[in-house]
Design a protein around this ligand. Structure first.
Ligand SMILES: CC(C)(COP(=O)(O)OP(=O)(O)OC[C@H]1O[C@@H](n2cnc3c(N)ncnc32)[C@H](O)[C@@H]1OP(=O)(O)O)[C@@H](O)C(=O)NCCC(=O)NCCS
Length: 150
């Protein structure tokens, strides 16, 4: 297994990035300014994008594993790699997600805790309704991690 940083032709990974974020126009915006990480285990399994949001504050904007490879630990390996990469670069790592227990508990395993809520984010920012496990997504829940504690 190998995780690489990609700095050219980042849009080649758009199919996988779209799994975590359906708005291609939004992805293009943060992909340009963010760092793209790709995990290969023989072939491509997982991607992630991290942006700098403020001095000492980074945000995990996108993480996705191809559906047929989910549940094999690739997403966890990617998050642990990102924590290692950023723990000496900043104070805080944020991640924003829909209000879904499955994905929230996935992040909390790594030490993310609740930060704040952006009310109606998915209603206001998406051109169509979005669902997770049959429930319509409305609010964006932000979780935070203290990188200095890592
Ligand atoms: C979230 C994601 C990247 C995790 O990648 P992965 O390679 O499957 O990660 P891992 O195998 O390390 O861990 C997956 C664990 O998280 C849980 N999990 C992740 N997303 C979940 C969800 N939406 N609902 C329920 N459980 C979820 C899995 O059940 C699994 O638990 P287990 O280890 O007890 O079996 C992957 O599920 C994915 O690509 N999802 C679609 C895109 C997405 O929603 N991205 C996040 C946007 S905020």
């Amino acid at each position: 297994m190998e995780i690489k940083t990609i700095s050219e032709n980042k849009e080649d990974f758009m199919d996988l990035l779209l799994l975590a974020d359906e708005q291609e126009s939004m992805i293009k915006k943060y992909l340009g300014r963010g760092e793209l990480f790709v995990l290969y285990d023989d072939d491509l399994k997982t991607v992630a994008v991290v942006t700098k949001e403020a001095e000492d504050v980074f945000e995990l904007k996108n993480i996705a594993t191809y559906e047929q490879y989910q549940g094999n630990g690739y997403g966890s390996s990617m998050i642990n790699f990102i924590i290692e990469q950023y723990k000496n670069k900043g104070k805080q790592l944020l991640v924003g997600t829909g209000d879904d227990e499955g994905i929230l508990s996935f992040y909390k395993r790594f030490g993310f805790t609740y930060s704040h809520t952006v009310k109606d984010f998915f209603i206001d920012n998406c051109d169509h309704e979005m669902f997770e496990n049959g429930k319509q997504l409305r609010d964006m829940i932000y979780l935070k991690m203290d990188l200095h504690a890592k």
